[in-house]
Design a protein around this ligand. Structure first.
Ligand SMILES: NC(=O)c1ccc[n+]([C@@H]2O[C@H](COP(=O)([O-])OP(=O)(O)OC[C@H]3O[C@@H](n4cnc5c(N)ncnc54)[C@H](O)[C@@H]3O)[C@@H](O)[C@H]2O)c1
Ligand SMILES: [Zn+2]
Length: 382
């Protein structure tokens, strides 16, 4: 494998993720990043993830684009595999499709000696990961992320699960993949709006943990959006390193992991209020602006930080104002339904400045009054 990779102009890089101590084995896994990695899958799959058969789970976009050829490649190489497709979209991340996919695996007589390959965006990763977590008490699985968001965020950390009418991601399990393989060439078919939205999470990583990365992102926006191989590879590697460092230090979101929620308390509320017409990253960008303003008004966040967030988001073509359709009352009410809002006191994950998350007195959360949130929302209007 190594020799084939070296021939490429952009080398494959890899990041090791070490989940916290409460995690079950394996104690670490690798995130491989590079162009064309899906084409080489039969070179390493059997060695890394030995199984009698493989269930490739993909959505109705990634199945025809990459699933069919992947299954053909594996089968030709003597690795029996089936393609299981489900309809693309968040609306499929449900117990219904978890059951449907599990039943189809049972029907196809997959056993304990099978493995799951999750081929797609974050919806596929969360859903297929949850199928793998529960099928015959747990099968090994591989994340093959094909959206930018999945490559830098959802495929790292081991959270799997489905949505319910009561809220997103409420039923699920921690189940770590054996390996994550991000073939950056797949991003060529990702709709540009999805690419921009994925970049919002990278901006968040810079904002909470690495100022130099934040500035590099800002200065490299054009190359990144054009998918210049070196730039997009560097972005994925650095974001994965940052997320892995946080997740490795705090596996179950008791403390440090909360810093990843920057922009997400208000962002999730706006995302839900939009009826999911806004993409997650678009809503999170607005959320970072509002939460930046909240921090500035409390004296926790350095003055001028929100302007820098706006500048970076704008360079990636992301919205930088909160439309008036999202009323302050509506957003405040929606933050209360967030699963992170326990006992009515909403804790925000704020930053001190670009590159430094606020420790929030040690708990990494800062309780914020409704009036402060409302004022920040009004300031964030166009
Ligand atoms: N597990 C975690 O820690 C975690 C973290 C963040 C987000 N998430 C979850 O991730 C999900 C969002 O992920 P997403 O933004 O990738 O959504 P998604 O999986 O729905 O993908 C977005 C769209 O892009 C399409 N697509 C993906 N890759 C493509 C490609 N290469 N070419 C063409 N089309 C492609 C998909 O079919 C879909 O239509 C949410 O459900 C969210 O809850 C999970
Ligand atoms: Zn997010």
């Amino acid at each position: 494998v190594a020799s084939r990779m070296e021939q490429r102009q952009v080398p494959t890089s890899s990041v090791t993720v070490t989940p916290g101590s409460a995690e079950a084995a394996p104690s670490f896994y690798e995130v491989r990043i590079g162009p064309g990695l899906l084409r080489d899958i039969s070179d390493w799959l059997l060695q890394l993830v030995p199984a009698r058969r493989y269930a490739v789970i993909a959505d109705s976009n990634t199945a025809p684009l990459y699933g069919a050829s992947l299954v053909l490649e594996l089968t030709t190489a003597g690795l029996p595999s089936d393609l299981l497709e489900f309809p693309a979209g968040e609306a499929s991340k449900t117990r219904h499709f978890w059951a449907d996919l599990s039943d189809r695996m049972l029907l196809a007589q997959h056993g304990r000696d099978s493995a799951v390959l999750a081929l797609g965006g974050g919806v596929t990763g969360d859903l297929a990961g949850f199928v793998a977590a529960t099928y015959m008490r747990g099968l090994p699985y591989v994340q093959l992320p094909t959206s930018l968001l999945a490559m830098i965020d959802s495929s790292v950390g081991g959270k799997t699960g489905v949505d319910t009418p009561a809220g997103k991601n409420l039923i699920g399990s921690f189940h770590q993949p054996i390996v994550v393989v991000a073939d950056v060439e797949t991003l060529r078919t990702l709709p540009e709006r999805e690419l921009r939205a994925g970049a919002a999470e990278a901006i968040k990583h810079g904002a909470i943990a690495d100022e130099a990365y934040f500035e590099w992102l800002r200065d490299s926006a054009t190359e990144i959006l054009q998918l210049a191989p070196a730039s997009i590879g560097d972005l994925i590697r650095r974001s994965v390193e940052l997320k892995a460092a946080v997740v490795g230090a705090d596996e179950r979101e008791h403390g440090l992991r909360k810093i990843l929620n920057f922009g997400h308390t208000v962002g999730h509320a706006i995302e839900a209020l939009s009826g999911f017409r806004l993409l997650h990253g678009e809503a999170i960008g607005m959320g970072m602006i509002v939460e930046g303003l909240i921090g500035e008004s409390l004296g926790i966040t350095a003055a001028g930080t929100t302007d820098r967030l706006r500048e970076a988001l704008a360079l990636f073509g992301l919205p930088i104002t909160v439309p008036s359709t999202f009323s302050s009352e509506g957003v405040l009410a929606a933050t209360r339904t967030d699963k992170k809002a326990r006992s009515g006191v909403i804790e925000y994950s704020l930053i001190e400045r670009i590159g430094t998350a606020s420790r929030g007195g040690g708990s990494y959360g800062t309780p914020v009054e409704d009036a402060t949130v409302a004022m920040a929302l009004e300031t964030a209007r166009d």
